[in-house]
Design a protein around this ligand. Structure first.
Ligand code: ATP
Length: 323
């Protein structure tokens, strides 16, 4: 591969279903070695984009290249070095995880067979490889799906909402797996509707809404644009707490529509204000992060018609357990 050729490059990509434009002139570039997130709510066009990538459907306009190859020029060879799955992987439930991989390795041919032990180990299924897949948890099946993809020794791994439907432990394991694979040098493109997931594991992100790109950039740039964290605050004397806020230009304190106070500030400014409350004899009874900064940014990009007051409460916690 020539140096500098991106793993994925979409230019002006369009896909229509009747009158609906599911992917609307999307430009996107994933460089070799990066973990890239396509983020968006339901219906944003993420899966449609990935289906075009895998050649399952054809674009109506634009070009998508994988390591410099397009479907129009290279046909199925476009997928050389590319593996992954859309939605959930399927396996024979009455066969063991290992047997499923053996069958797939037989279909893939080459030396895929020799990689079975290594990929089972990588996805943390070595101990359960002899058990029937029917008895696997959903998270284990997702990880077996990643193992099946790795049999092809890909340079690019494509995952469609890999943590969807997983319980918290499954989400943790899946994220850890993606990070491990990325640390080993694999390029990863994943779709997600979860800002926290993308923030945790991706270097760069494209945010989509109704088929269009509404943001593109690094996670660092995204963080820099995020608004101040917003908290719900309850004190022993909310009137006094409001008065004291006037002495703290870095904090915005107002009456919360659901009772108590709303406090919006960067952590250092919020700390100084909370300490000042205590010094003044005002006890803080509850302080909970209401909307994480990146989460509110995600809503701003993908639901621009909603105001901050409409945003869901993400988390409430007692003082000391937040921020
Ligand atoms: N085969 C199809 N025929 C008609 N409409 C489709 C088809 N596939 C997708 N769509 C529509 O295209 C839009 C984008 O769907 P897509 O599945 O790509 O979104 P997504 O971002 O992956 O969302 P989700 O997380 O819900 O899968 C949606 O409005 C969807 O209903």
């Amino acid at each position: 591969m020539a140096a500098g050729v991106p793993a994925v490059e979409a230019t002006g990509l369009v896909k229509r279903f009747g009158g609906l434009t599911a992917v609307d002139h999307v430009d996107l570039r994933v460089d070799v070695g990066e973990v890239y997130g396509i983020l968006g709510p339901n219906g944003a066009g993420k899966t449609t984009f990935l289906r075009m990538l895998f050649g399952l459907i054809r674009p109506d306009a634009g070009v998508l290249r994988l390591f410099g190859r397009s479907w129009a020029q290279a046909g199925p060879a476009t997928l050389d070095g590319v593996a992954g799955f859309i939605e959930s992987p399927r396996f024979y439930p009455y066969l063991s995880g290992r047997r499923n991989l053996e069958l797939l390795a037989g279909l893939d041919g080459g030396d895929a067979d020799s990689r079975i032990d290594r990929v089972l180990d990588l996805v943390d299924l070595a101990d359960r490889a002899g058990d029937k897949v029917g008895g696997y948890s959903f998270g284990m099946r997702q990880r077996l799906g990643v193992a099946a993809s790795l049999l092809r020794d890909p340079r690019l791994l494509v995952l469609d909402e890999p943590a969807n439907g997983l319980d918290p432990a499954g989400i943790r394991d899946m994220r850890a797996l993606v990070k491990r694979l990325a640390a080993g040098g694999l390029t990863v493109l994943l779709s997600s509707h979860n800002m926290n997931e993308v923030e945790e594991i991706c270097d760069n992100v494209t945010i989509m809404r109704t088929g269009r790109v509404v943001y593109h950039g690094s996670i660092g740039q995204l963080r820099a644009q995020a608004p101040d964290p917003s908290h719900r605050l309850a004190t022993s004397d909310d009137d006094r707490a409001l008065e004291l806020a006037a002495d703290h230009p870095g904090v915005a304190v107002s009456t919360h529509p659901d009772g108590g106070l709303a406090l919006t500030a960067q952590p250092a400014a919020a700390d100084a204000y909370i300490i000042a409350l205590g010094r003044d004899g005002v006890a803080v009874r509850t302080l909970g992060l209401e909307i994480a900064p990146l989460e509110s940014l995600f809503f701003m990009f993908t639901e621009p018609d909603r105001t901050a007051a409409d945003l869901p409460t993400q988390q409430h916690a007692r003082l000391g357990a937040t921020r």
